[in-house]
Ligand binder design. Structure first.
Ligand code: C5P
Length: 233
């Protein structure tokens, strides 16, 4: 089975993340460690989680001068992670050097993913930072730039997946957050789609946080997400 669910471990304490992990099967999902948990618990936790058999997406969204990002990407890859990301708006050279930093890892290298436009930014927010383009156009521009730089894919919102998939070949990964089943609380997400729909729209990996991590039974919720995906594939 291809593991398409990435469970977002959005916690401020390693203990809370571990409480969820012991209820999940690494054969059924992958996990995402972002800025909150990484800042609290650091590389040691990342290694612990990997040693429990989980593939880790290190979601630190690097964005800096090319040399700094490339060096950070290499150190992150040394941890044994499965996926990591950089901001595509850091530019072509930054992304190319990040990709080159992974060359030495051969077939063990993690997937390198671009972040296009944060979904928290609307057209007005882009104008304030000097970008006079619709968010969708900017997403598409940065997705192609990521591809030109040799990245493996981009993070894109559920609302953007179908459009992007229509423009970009299937071997380019689309990683999609904002996934909810009909019964899930939407929380602070604005536009959400169901797991089956996200797969039908062309997403490769679905990032799911609270609907699994805050469920009474995280494992039962994961099983449901996986069966929705299997029936849609
Ligand atoms: O709990 P929930 O399913 O909303 O968590 C979604 C995860 O995906 C969180 O870790 C959030 O930071 C991340 N994410 C997102 N929207 C983006 C990019 C990342 O929700 N555009």
């Amino acid at each position: 089975m291809k593991k398409r669910i990435i469970v977002a471990l959005d916690f401020d304490k390693a203990r809370e993340a571990k409480n969820v992990l012991i209820q999940l099967d690494p054969a059924q999902c992958r996990v995402k460690i972002g800025k909150e948990l990484f800042t609290a618990s650091g590389p040691k936790l990342v290694k612990d989680v990997i040693s429990q058999g989980f593939d880790v997406f290190l979601d630190l969204k690097f964005h800096d001068i090319p040399n700094t990002v490339a060096r950070a990407v290499k150190v992150a890859a040394d941890l044994g992670i499965w996926m990591l990301n950089v901001h595509a708006s850091g530019g072509l050279t930054m992304m190319e050097q990040a990709r080159e930093a992974l060359e030495g890892f051969g077939s063990e290298r993690p997937l390198l993913i671009g972040v296009t436009v944060l979904t928290s930014l609307a057209k007005e927010d882009l104008q304030q930072i000097g970008i006079n383009r619709d968010p969708e156009e900017q997403v598409s521009k940065l997705a192609f730039l990521s591809r030109d730089a040799g990245l493996d894919g981009v993070v894109c919102s559920a609302a953007e997946t179908r459009l992007l998939r229509a423009q970009i070949p299937d071997d380019f990964c689309l990683v999609t957050p904002g996934i909810r089943r009909a019964e899930d609380a939407i929380g602070d997400q604005k536009r959400v789609v169901g797991p089956a729909e996200a797969i039908q729209n062309g997403s490769n990996y679905l990032v799911v946080g609270r609907p699994i991590t805050r469920a009474e039974s995280p494992n039962a919720a994961l099983v449901e997400f996986n069966s929705a995906i299997t029936s849609a594939s």
